[in-house]
Write a protein that binds this ligand. Structure first.
Ligand code: CUA
Length: 333
């Protein structure tokens, strides 16, 4: 091969590499990392991306150079020269990719194992998935229940995941880790938040009509702020059950619009109009609301489908919580 050709291919390769690197770096493809685990996952991404840029640039440079240099004139109908092959080159392009793929595999395995380690004394939080909401229970903090996921920064947290109905999936994009929530199976995942702020938690398993609305807020607080939040929640818990708190923690707003709660879900009937709906079927408002929570299939409001609302709120909520919820839904209008 001529020296001029090698120089030209190298120049072409460097130009392509610069261009592709700019596309990789200038566009924000991933959310800014908010956890130790995401930092490690990003490292794997960049490692694989760097390898891909190298290989892509080399292949494209040789291809473009060949297409331009060796193209035949329009009137050339003759066969090309017969070439047997090049054993050295074939060994090279088999061995080098094999080494690179093994390197990516080993690095991924190391990161996967590191990301699964909770260390000593992790904070355990139970996450319960249900069509179409997430609920959070804090067994290490007196069993606080919350509809918002509040976390302390710089602490290893083990999430114990479960589902009451179908398969859901727990994913906080900024924190990288993702795990399915499977009915009848206890799965878990470790996250160590590294910065405070508000992040979305998203269900990433197609779980029914309201799948797209199955989201929750993750709020990462400093450790003193988290301790204060825990205290405040525990104090609230001993004062009796608030209907507004049950509405939030049971995830009603994911499917229902209710002005006092500021929710606008449209999967289920608008709860601002429960009195009208009750009258239509000739029931008292409170009795109608209670029945709709415990046995939602008994009366289906026109325009809505049966079996969308979970059938098990009668067993997942306590009697006190149902009472509070009924009061909240019937007296605020
Ligand atoms: Cu739960 Cu999608």
């Amino acid at each position: 091969m001529r020296r001029g050709a090698i120089v030209r291919i190298a120049a072409l390769g460097i130009a392509i590499a610069i261009l592709v690197t700019l596309v990789a770096v200038l566009i924000q493809w991933l959310p800014t990392s908010a956890s130790k685990q995401m930092d490690r996952i990003e490292f794997v991404y960049w490692f694989a991306t760097a390898i891909s840029i190298g290989i892509f640039s080399l292949v494209m440079a040789v291809l473009i150079y060949s297409v331009i240099t060796f193209r035949s004139p329009p009137d050339d109908e003759s066969d090309g020269p017969s070439i047997h092959g090049h054993s050295g080159l074939e060994i090279l392009w088999t061995v080098v990719p094999a080494i690179l793929v093994i390197a990516v595999g080993v690095l991924s395995a190391v990161v996967l194992s590191q990301n699964g380690r909770a260390g000593t004394n992790p904070l355990t939080i139970k996450v319960i998935g249900q069509q179409f909401t997430f609920r959070f229970v804090y067994p290490d903090n007196g069993g606080i229940r919350s509809g918002e996921l509040v976390l302390p920064v710089d602490r290893n947290i083990t999430f114990k995941l479960s589902s009451l109905d179908v398969i859901h999936s727990f994913w906080v994009p900024a924190m990288g880790q993702q795990e399915d929530m499977v009915p009848g199976l206890d799965t878990s995942i470790v996250v160590t938040p590294t910065r405070t702020g508000i992040f979305p938690l998203i269900c990433t398993e197609l779980c029914g009509l309201g799948h797209a609305t199955m989201r929750a807020q993750v709020r990462v607080l400093s450790q003193p702020d988290f301790a204060a939040w825990v205290k405040q929640q525990q104090a609230g818990g001993s004062k009796g059950v608030s209907g507004a708190a049950v509405f939030t923690s049971a995830g009603c707003g994911g499917c229902h619009a209710f002005t006092p709660a500021g929710t606008n879900g449209a999967i289920g009937p608008n709860l601002d109009r429960v009195a009208v709906d009750a009258k239509r079927v000739g029931e008292g408002t409170a009795a109608y609301v209670r029945e709709s929570i415990i046995a939602p299939n008994k009366v289906i409001a026109p325009g809505y489908a049966p079996n969308v609302m979970p059938q098990n709120f009668g067993s997942t909520l306590t009697a006190k919580e149902i009472d509070a919820l009924v009061t909240y839904l019937t007296t605020k209008q």
